[in-house]
Write a protein that binds this ligand. Structure first.
Ligand code: BT5
Length: 241
């Protein structure tokens, strides 16, 4: 039985499918309702960044109501990343993951994930899982760092829905136990990051993620540090360069 996409809303354009999905969620939309737009006027990334959303790309948001405490929602991003990566691989792309939420092909960004929560008095009400994938067109404003997948849109949506459903269910059922090794298997090699740890800036090589989804960074002395998303910036050059 499939739950993701049992209700589907298609829009020609909107500001952000995450905002539309949040609005539907507040109006009582069921777990698995999806909103898909052909373009977005104000597509969002994390921390107020913009997501270039020209016509032709895929702008997809799902309303989810997982039985999870609020604190266990953020690592869902990792599970969704695996799903998007595998959907792209199903069409022959050599997709890999960049912590915490990017899907890369040959070091260029194909897709991004934006998970947002709505809560009431400290209890999770709904999760909005937003996924942006460049299909056919590389947006000109990010041309130097982005790539696109050339695939029939509806065929890709069907593949994406199937994979997102499976990996979401796995995360809900088993937590990070299955997610961490699957995520690490797909991690892009040779990335490094700048982080601030106890007030000191370090540049190190990405060494994977730990059991609760935090990034592991190996500094030039070989010491591995755990870092959280607010304190780290992943850079796409090998450490030391
Ligand atoms: C993300 O943010 O990667 C999350 C993107 C989520 C977009 C989806 S589309 C459906 C739903 N509705 C929304 O409004 N959002 C979600 P972040 O890690 O912050 O990356 C943002 C950065 O990626 C930007 O600062 C650019 O450098 C780059 N970027 C922007 N648009 C891009 C694109 N179309 N392709 C590749 N890179 C892009």
């Amino acid at each position: 039985m499939t739950w993701l996409g049992a209700q589907r809303i298609d829009l020609e354009s909107c500001a952000s499918t995450n905002d539309e999905a949040a609005r539907f969620a507040r109006a009582g939309a069921l777990h698995g309702t999806i909103v898909i737009a052909e373009r977005q006027e104000a597509g969002r990334g994390r921390a107020g960044r913009a997501w270039a959303s020209p016509a032709g790309g895929l702008y997809f948001s799902a309303v989810m109501r997982p039985p999870l405490p609020l604190a266990e929602v953020p690592p869902l991003t990792l599970a969704i990343g695996i799903a998007v990566c595998d959907a792209a691989r199903a069409f022959g792309a050599a997709a890999q993951l960049k912590w915490p939420n990017d899907v890369l092909v040959a070091d260029k960004k194909l897709a991004g994930v934006l998970v947002e929560t709505q809560s009431q008095s400290g209890r999770l009400d709904s999760v909005i899982v937003g996924i942006g994938v460049n299909l056919e067109i590389v947006p000109p404003e990010v041309a130097h760092r982005a790539t696109a997948l050339h695939v029939d849109r509806e065929t890709f949506i069907a593949e994406l829905i199937a994979r997102v459903e499976v990996w979401t269910d796995r995360y809900i059922a088993c937590g990070l136990e299955m997610i961490v090794p699957a995520w690490q298997e797909r991690m892009a090699p040779g990335l490094s990051a700048r982080a601030t740890i106890d007030g000191a800036a370090i540049v190190g090589e990405l060494a994977g993620i730990d059991g609760d989804g935090a990034l592991l960074l190996r500094d030039p002395r070989g010491i591995v540090h755990r870092v959280r998303s607010g304190d780290v910036e992943v850079i796409q050059a090998p450490a030391g360069l």
